[in-house]
Design a protein around this ligand. Structure first.
Ligand SMILES: *Cc1c(COP(=O)(O)O)cnc(C)c1O
Length: 361
């Protein structure tokens, strides 16, 4: 099949005009999902190319030339009652604004972005562009569950000289995602590469950070692993995070440790949710420097967290040729228990005691 990205018809466009943020919802050309699925390949490709182009947005700008851009990733989950609910979208909208500030561009108003997201997800769903809840997903605790993936991203005005963006757009697109898990793939390896340095952009969800992450992850995969784990730049002693996910280790006595936030770690929303969830279940959770040697000698379990998978339990971690195995994958492990609880809340089967889920409108 040709390279196709299926973007849903309704897109949210916001732009700073120098004084204020203005926004509108854009309905791109579409048929019904069933009609589109039945199109000959070339016609479907042409339609998807059209849906992935936004009139008036410049090709040559600071984002495409210099990586001066940031983005968000969040999901809307199908509920048993037929509705769709967003997981903590207010947090993503706030992080988008703080990333934009970090890139020294005017920050989008979080409420304007949140309203836009809620509207376009609802409008797309009305057209049938959203997965329907399937009770089959309950059999594997929603590991096979589908969702709507929502991607807001900042995009600069035209420019070819190196500069900051003064009138950025924030474009939000949606697409369906299905389960993101490869059975058996759960081994991680530390990377020689450096993702983030003090004083750098590691804490910002910027496009630029993904160059090193993608190179490291590809090297890990080529060596037979699933994920690359980054160590800190200065001492090469402490674990920071995965290629696009935060890191947790479980120690004896029910103590969970995740590296503390700072310049070099992305403040994941799944990370903070898991911290709250684990505390509510009686775990002690500490945010502190986490040395690779402590993990290799004492950790019982390790897992990584992020919007894509929720929690991914790690079966092993290899560092300098030494492989340490964990019990994270076993039924009843802490990683699996927290994963089921998180997915249960997201798919409307477990009571949302934290008020994390939000309706679309
Ligand atoms: C997005 C991201 C995460 C995970 O954040 P969530 O809000 O949980 O999706 C972790 N690390 C990096 C580098 C990221 O870009």
């Amino acid at each position: 099949m040709a390279f196709t990205l299926s973007i849903h018809p309704w897109v949210h466009l916001a732009q700073y005009n120098g004084t204020e943020w203005i926004d509108n919802d854009l309905e791109q050309e579409h048929q019904t999902p069933e009609q589109e699925a039945a199109l000959p390949e070339a016609e479907l490709d042409a339609l998807m190319v059209q849906r992935n182009s936004f009139p008036g947005l410049p090709l040559v700008n600071y984002t495409t030339q210099y990586g001066l851009g940031c983005f968000e990733g969040l999901k809307a989950f199908p509920q048993p009652d037929g509705s769709l609910k967003l997981f903590r979208p207010d947090q993503n909208c706030q992080r988008m604004a703080s990333s934009m500030k970090g890139l020294m561009m005017p920050a989008v108003k979080p409420e304007l972005l949140l309203d836009g997201i809620r509207r376009i997800v609802a409008k797309n769903a009305q057209l049938g562009f959203a997965p329907a809840y399937d009770a089959e997903w309950e059999k594997d605790h929603w590991l096979s569950g589908a969702a709507v993936y929502i991607r807001p991203f900042a995009y600069s005005e035209p420019g070819i000289g190196i500069n900051l963006s003064k009138k950025p757009w924030v474009v939000t697109v949606c697409t369906n995602v299905s389960a993101y898990f490869t059975p058996g793939a759960n081994a991680a390896v530390t990377s020689q590469r450096i993702r983030a340095t003090k004083g750098g952009t590691g804490w910002i969800k910027t496009a630029a950070n993904y160059v090193t992450s993608t190179l490291a992850k590809t090297e890990a995969i080529n060596d037979g692993y699933m994920e690359a784990i980054f160590l800190d730049a200065e001492t090469r002693e402490n674990i920071e995070e995965g290629s696009s996910c935060n890191f947790f280790a479980l120690f004896p006595g029910g103590q969970l440790v995740t590296p503390e936030l700072g310049d070099t770690i992305l403040p994941g929303i799944t990370r903070s949710s898991i911290i709250e969830l684990a505390r509510s279940k009686g775990y002690t959770v500490r945010e502190e420097p986490l040395s690779i040697h402590r993990v290799l000698s004492d950790a019982k379990e390790c897992f990584v967290t992020g919007t894509a998978a929720g929690i991914t339990p790690l079966g092993s971690l290899t560092h300098d040729g030494v492989k340490k195995e964990f019990s994270s994958l076993e039924d009843g492990s802490t990683a699996n228990t927290l994963l089921k609880e998180l997915k249960g809340i997201q798919y409307g089967a477990v009571k949302d005691g934290f008020n994390w889920m939000m309706d679309v409108k």
